[in-house]
Design a protein around this ligand. Sequence first.
Ligand code: FE2
Length: 418
Amino acid sequence: MAARDRSVGLTLEALEEPDLMVQVSPLMSPLVWDLAHIGNYEELWLLRAAAGQEAMRPEIDDLYDAFEHPRAERPKLPLLTPAESRAYIDTVRAKVLDSLEKVPLTGPLAAGGFVYGMVIQHEHQHDETMLATHQLRKDGPTLLDPSPEDAPAGAPALAGHEVLVEAGPFVMGTSDDPWAYDNERGAHTVDLPAFFIDVTPVSNAAYLAFMDDGGYDDPRWWHPDGWEWRTRTGKRSPAFWRRENGQWLRRRFGRVEPVPFDEPVQHVCWYEADAYARWAGKRLPTEAEWEKAASWDPDTRRKRRLPWGDSGEHANLGQRMMRPAPVGSYADGASAYGVRQLLGDVWEWTSSDFHGYPGFRAFPYKEYSEVFFGTDYKVLRGGSWATHPLACRTTFRNWDYPIRRQIFAGFRCARDAA
Ligand SMILES: [Fe+2]
């Protein structure tokens, strides 16, 4: 129900009906598509698959199947209107609540409540996608912005600091987290050489130093495909930034404001992150390095579900602040190695392509992750300020094309210890 309040807050309560039908970018769906798709996914998995009920409206299944229709063509579909979408998702939810006590939490799909966790995480993941859609809108503010006083204090002196993660094995992935997706399974031992990793994500101030040093003009720092992207697109700053009267400004949910130097940089693509790291004499961490720094406790030789332990929340998650917290925030959220802000704030690009772990088995459907395996996508870790805590843990994996900038992504650097 909390997820549903969030979805409604980002759609029906945020915009007028015609604006919900509009596509603001070919990268995104009209918001009304996300809304009805959330309900259709819930119907598919909780009413039909788990509770064995008949399809409510089989004629709309095709419209809301993400694999039948790429985002670019969704506005041309005969979508349900916002009012029809609301009625549909409300009916699905009422039936789900009616069926709850009749569905045994056994069998591959429902054991441990997995299918319910999958549907809740799916809704929260779409809510983050909706926030990215709002960020791409060109007109004025539509979402409330909490006051800056809510931001925790940062520790800017930590920017650029690194810690050593000693050589040795750790456990990557999970076999027992009940809500983990197929791509996080199973737990397996990975032996890594020693490496250094930054204590905080790269800040806007540090990224500006790269820009001021001509980073966007020097092919030495860029992956060949990144240099091709850079020259073809003419990009010279993170997305949503512009320079006015000698000052860097950014547009954030329809508000224009000075770029805050102490926040982690966001809205940079993988190629920009990779170029910055090379300029800084470092590199992006592999996803195994990221997960070891985030989850491994070298003293107890045990894996933590969250950087700071197995429960609690010491991170900027769940759309509370509508932006990243200053670098060095959340000392209580540090990992066993003393690395901060691994969860929340910004998704972090890693150097790794997206592949299945040893023994990977698609579950419950191969379109969740298996169809994306290969060299086209780079893995992101850690979630952003827009990611809900229920869809975030040290094993969680996200992926996107290396040119994508609309997601709430930044990065931190690493380097070999040798
Ligand atoms: Fe979806």
